[in-house]
Design a protein around this ligand. Structure first.
Ligand SMILES: *[C@@H]1O[C@H](CO)[C@@H](O)[C@H](O)[C@H]1NC(C)=O
Ligand SMILES: *[C@@H]1O[C@H](CO)[C@@H](O)[C@H](O)[C@H]1NC(C)=O
Ligand SMILES: *[C@@H]1O[C@H](CO)[C@@H](O)[C@H](O)[C@H]1NC(C)=O
Ligand SMILES: *[C@@H]1O[C@H](CO)[C@@H](O)[C@H](O)[C@H]1NC(C)=O
Length: 371
């Protein structure tokens, strides 16, 4: 049994390319593949469809309580939003069922892929121990591969793995944790930390490639300092710029790493969605995207309704919180996680965004590409 002394619902995620993203979905001309393409998802709370409900922790996750899930599922499912998350929509675009949590009991159709993401998780194993860190997610993935080989044999499994899309949202919690512990970190210790995260991440990607993965898709790290929880802390309504700075460093390094892997590894293809700038634009210009509010959350208490959505405070205390009547009017559902409506908009850009927000390929192009 692992006992956790903090609350995962406020652990966030976030990053950057240089273009302020005002990008659009467009039709690419790839043909629909005849065989289905599996989707394997790795990441943090932005992509966790309920894995954390099955962790052996002493507290229940906030995502296990109403009003999480209220819009689409009509019940909490372990997703930190009012409805579906980005990987759910990507699965839908790929004509697969909603993404399922790897740890969910029952039988799984691993030929469709699986979702290993875990709220609070980081690239590094020591970012929030007790969550499913990226190394642990990778070992779960290997477990899936083993089961697929038993079912389909080596050759078919390898083909399936080469056809699959591997979708990531990871890194934000590593920087969030570093920022909380080292608010006055020197430039050189920040650079060192980013280097360590990026090296570990690169190793994980190389491992997936060795196993058979060819199509890697990233949502980069978002504007960590501008999530409601961090905005509430600055006291003047501004974003916590220092928190976003490391995300930007990470995103620049991530773009270099993936470019480098593509030149070194035959048939390796990738996609990076510029979540950092896309989300920043929604926060700053909500009405452009059909939202009424970009800074304050729909659900929570205190300034910007930054905390306490679901009312399950640390230590199991129940506290009051406010809930908006139309989540779709808001970019943020809680202090760190976007509404289903925002998630759908984001997913559409991952799927078929133009190169100024999703590059060098979008997921639709990776999906349509046949080995
Ligand atoms: C991104 O590309 C789209 C379509 O090509 C264009 O309409 C939009 O203005 C571009 N945005 C930026 C910031 O360049
Ligand atoms: C939780 O504990 C049970 C019983 O000890 C074990 O079977 C299960 O694998 C554990 N789950 C995780 C996610 O560690
Ligand atoms: C960081 O530095 C500022 C001034 O340089 C100081 O006031 C503050 O207490 C420091 N914070 C921490 C966490 O060390
Ligand atoms: C990966 O991260 C760990 C800390 O979790 C660190 O000790 C190790 O050196 C890193 N690996 C690489 C290759 O940088």
């Amino acid at each position: 049994m692992k006992s956790l002394s903090f609350h995962f619902c406020v652990l966030i995620i976030f990053g950057s390319l240089l273009i302020p993203a005002i990008c659009h979905g467009h039709d690419s001309h790839s043909q629909k593949p005849h065989k289905h393409v599996p989707l394997f998802v790795f990441g943090d709370s932005l992509f966790d469809p309920g894995n954390n409900l099955y962790l052996n922790t002493s507290h229940k996750e906030a995502s296990a309580y109403w009003p999480y899930g209220e819009t689409f599922f009509k019940r909490p499912t372990g997703r930190l939003s009012d409805g579906r998350l980005v990987p759910d929509f990507i699965a839908e675009f790929m004509e697969l069922p909603l993404t399922t949590a790897y740890l969910q009991p029952g039988t799984h159709r691993f030929t469709h892929g699986s979702n290993f993401a875990s709220g609070g998780a980081g690239v590094l194993a020591d970012t929030h121990p007790g969550t499913i860190s990226l190394p642990l997610q990778l070992s779960y993935f290997k477990n899936v591969v083993k089961q697929l080989k038993q079912k389909l044999g080596e050759v078919k499994t390898k083909k399936l793995l080469m056809r699959a899309v591997y979708l990531f949202s990871i890194g934000g919690n590593d920087y969030f944790g570093f920022y909380m512990k080292n608010q006055n970190a020197s430039q050189s210790s920040q650079t060192q930390f980013v280097g360590m995260v990026i090296r570990n991440l690169t190793n994980a990607l190389e491992e997936i490639y060795q196993i058979g993965g060819r199509k890697i898709a990233f949502q980069n790290v978002g504007p960590l300092g501008c999530v409601p929880t961090n905005r509430a802390k600055t006291g003047n309504g501004a974003c916590a710029e220092e928190a976003s700075a490391m995300a930007k460093m990470h995103n620049a390094a991530l773009a270099n790493v993936l470019k480098n892997l593509q030149t070194r590894l035959p048939r390796f293809k990738y996609s990076i969605f510029d979540y950092y700038n896309t989300l920043s634009d929604k926060i700053n210009h909500p009405s452009k995207y059909g939202f009424k509010e970009g800074k304050s959350a729909c659900c929570g208490s205190g300034a910007y309704r930054a905390n306490n959505c679901g009312g399950q405070g640390v230590g199991g205390t129940t506290t009051k919180f406010e809930l908006c009547s139309i989540p779709g009017d808001y970019v943020w559902f809680d202090g760190g996680h976007t509404t289903e409506r925002a998630n759908r908009q984001l997913a559409e850009l991952l799927w078929n965004g133009t190169p100024n927000c999703t590059a060098p390929h979008n997921i639709k192009q990776l999906f349509g590409h046949m080995e």
